[in-house]
Design a protein around this ligand. Structure first.
Ligand SMILES: CCCC(=O)SCCNC(=O)CCNC(=O)[C@H](O)C(C)(C)COP(=O)(O)OP(=O)(O)OC[C@H]1O[C@@H](n2cnc3c(N)ncnc32)[C@H](O)[C@@H]1OP(=O)(O)O
Ligand SMILES: [Mg+2]
Length: 243
């Protein structure tokens, strides 16, 4: 191996090691797995490119019944064959973008979210090779692109919208627009996907973003769990009042 190549690999390894340590502190494991909601998982695929962490995202096919054309992470609903949330994320990533499970180093599960259909959506974080060539399944995915993770704490084009769920829970909806030089396209990343990408960036960089967030940044883990439990409680209260 040439000296430059070896130095490049050392740099990649140390970036990954720093991120791994931060992520492991935030691993929720199966803490939320027994909540009585239908389940889905997404894979947050991280790679090191040009000395920086990047996140791989997809655009949903226009043929899909739900959320066509929206940016999301590879992922989907849990199936009976899945052992846990990690299995679901890996199976879906293989189906949607041709990522082989053995080429993913799974690091942790982060605090879940709840989608429009009231699925409990667990984000699973894993490292993939920067050489990964996606093979999008055209029935489900129209584009695959990567964004520097830092963009989610220091965006060039960002707006926030007040947001109230159908169960009455109020928060803010983040909306990042990313101009991708590689594809000469602009991607709008918002909602649940933006929520997961932002949280991942906060965990890894541990610094204040250039915009307001609903977390106590000095107590990131407990405040993210509190936010989630408040959202979940609002849903639970609504279910009870509908009985
Ligand atoms: C409360 C905030 C709400 C928002 O944030 S909306 C704002 C922006 N949007 C987002 O952030 C996206 C958030 N959503 C998601 O990440 C995903 O929807 C979520 C929650 C992980 C669920 O995953 P999905 O991808 O919807 O589920 P899935 O992958 O299991 O199935 C999707 C549909 O595809 C279908 N399908 C599966 N294999 C296929 C194939 N080979 N060819 C064609 N279609 C196929 C599958 O049947 C499913 O269809 P359907 O949804 O049941 O109609
Ligand atoms: Mg999917």
């Amino acid at each position: 191996m040439a000296v430059a190549e070896r130095e490049g690999e050392q740099e990649r390894n140390s970036i990954k090691e720093r991120a791994r340590l931060r992520l492991r502190e935030c691993d929720v494991g199966d803490k939320f797995s027994s909540l009585p909601l239908p389940k889905a998982s997404v894979l947050l695929p991280l790679m090191v490119r040009a000395g920086k962490l990047h996140l791989l995202l997809t655009v949903r096919s226009m043929q899909l019944r739900r959320s066509p054309g929206e940016v999301c992470f590879p992922g989907g609903k849990s199936e009976a064959i899945d052992k846990d949330e990690i299995d679901t994320a890996l199976r879906e990533a293989k189906e949607e973008v041709g990522l082989q499970p053995e080429n993913v180093e799974v690091v942790c599960r982060l605090v879940p979210g709840i989608d429009k259909m009231n699925h409990l959506v667990t984000p699973v974080v894993g490292f993939i090779e920067d050489t990964f060539q996606a093979i999008p399944n055209p029935g489900e995915v129209s584009h695959v692109f990567v964004v520097p993770l830092e963009y989610f704490v220091k965006p060039l084009n960002y707006k926030t919208l007040p947001y109230k769920t159908s169960s009455g829970y109020s928060s803010r909806m983040h909306c990042f627009t990313y101009d991708d030089d590689e594809h000469k396209m602009s991607f709008k990343i918002w909602g649940l996907t933006a929520h997961f990408a932002l949280f991942l960036a906060l965990v890894i960089f541990g610094k204040r973003p250039t915009f307001e967030v609903d977390y106590d940044l000095d107590n990131l883990i407990s405040s993210s769990e509190n936010n989630f439990m408040n959202l979940y409680a609002s849903l639970y209260e609504r279910k009870k009042s509908n009985l």
